[in-house]
Design a protein around this ligand. Structure first.
Ligand SMILES: O=C([O-])C(=O)C[C@H](O)[C@@H](O)C(=O)[O-]
Length: 377
């Protein structure tokens, strides 16, 4: 069994998601966007797929991995990772992760098991939190504390046991008092039983982060996420020591499992954070998760999608929630995935998401749709 190609399949599809000048997602008028799927083609075995992909990385992976045994994911990861050492190529964790996930998909199909069972297996359904989009200036959208409270109430009525707010971030007014007002309005509206979390701004100064963190502790929030630049581990050590609300991280800081190990060693957060596409795929994510477990530190996963869902299903010690979002009163979450025959992560009535039980990751692509809309990448 050997890898013959790593390919990027590009196609267009309509999306009602727009990005502001800083890159945050908001609802927008429907436009055609290019989507990508990474395919690892295997001679003598099943191909592997992952949603998303980065063509230059996949081209380089194709050249490098031809002839490798796709089951040897650890070996493949080391090869790709070490390519950057002498600048033959710089492959970021974000771009290389789709190749690793596609290899896990191929392995699941080869062994006839869903990926979470290859990872150890623990549960088949995972509670989900509703993760809102970043705030805006639309009073009927997410433009005021009351708008957040109205939306949170709707989400709880839909069955979510927990809600994570992304409040305002530049270019919108991200004044800490405005953020705290939204958090307070939501807590007052949903009551004490619903778990609430906040992910805010990512670039506050320490004193601003502390002001918000103190308020969140009073409002009994379950965690406080990425208020400051994660490149300053010292700032997170300081914040974690100085606020009572649990601080979670690192989320987007580069360095994969190694960065998480450093944060662990320095007690820079109360709860760890791993996202499959932040750390380079399922293979490194698993290392970070098991390190957190070994140190008795909880870990929560960043982002939705099937690779994260399978990882969560293999986590026994922590991983309280699957992140379902981003959500907004004017955005039809899941409605812009006509390229899937089966929805990715539908919510059960009791606020849980089921892990696909088919071999591999369980993507059910509508290949006729993809073929009809295929474009040169
Ligand atoms: O943890 C999360 O859900 C995110 O980081 C989602 C987005 O990146 C959000 O924070 C944003 O738009 O900056």
């Amino acid at each position: 069994m050997e890898i013959s190609d790593v390919e990027t399949i590009a196609f267009t599809c309509e999306s009602a998601k727009a990005r502001d000048e800083k890159g945050h997602a908001h609802p927008g008028p429907p436009v055609e966007r290019v989507k990508r799927i990474t395919r690892v083609s295997v001679d003598g075995g099943p191909d592997g797929y992952c949603l998303g992909g980065h063509e230059p990385t996949n081209d380089l992976a194709s050249e490098t991995l031809a002839g490798e045994d796709p089951r040897e994911r650890e070996r493949i990861r080391r090869r790709l990772r070490r390519m950057g050492r002498l600048r033959r190529a710089t492959l970021s964790e974000t771009t290389v992760s789709r190749v690793d996930c596609a290899l896990w998909d191929a392995a699941g199909k080869h062994y006839g098991e869903p990926v979470y069972r290859l990872l150890g297996g623990h549960r088949q359904r995972v509670p989900a939190y509703a993760s809102t989009m970043v705030g805006d200036d639309d009073p009927g959208g997410l433009g005021t504390p009351e708008a957040y409270a109205d939306f949170a109430e709707t989400l709880v009525d839909r069955g979510y046991p927990a809600v994570k707010l992304h409040t305002w971030m530049p270019p919108y007014d991200a004044d800490p008092e405005r953020v705290v007002a939204a958090c307070r309005a939501v807590r007052e509206r949903v009551g004490p039983e619903v778990e609430l979390m906040l992910d805010s701004h990512h670039f506050y100064a320490r004193t601003e982060a502390k002001r918000i963190g103190d308020a969140l502790a009073d409002l009994d929030f379950a965690w406080f996420e990425e208020p400051m630049d994660e490149h300053s581990t010292g700032s997170y050590e300081w914040l974690t020591r100085n606020v009572d609300v649990p601080v979670v991280g690192p989320e987007t800081a580069e360095g994969g499992a190694q960065t998480r190990a450093e944060w662990l060693r320095r007690d820079a957060a109360d709860i760890g954070r791993v996202g499959v596409h932040d750390v380079g795929g399922i293979t490194p994510a698993l290392k970070a998760i098991r390190a957190y477990e070994a140190f008795g530190v909880e870990c929560e996963l960043h982002g939705g999608n099937l690779p994260n869902l399978h990882l969560l299903a293999a986590m026994a010690e922590s991983g309280r929630y699957y992140e379902r979002g981003l959500l907004h009163p004017d955005y039809d979450y899941g409605g812009d995935r006509p390229f899937l025959e089966t929805p990715l992560d539908p919510l059960d009535d009791d606020g849980r998401v089921r892990v696909p039980q088919s071999p591999g990751l369980g993507y059910d692509f509508d290949w006729a749709f993809v073929a009809a809309n295929r474009v040169e990448s």
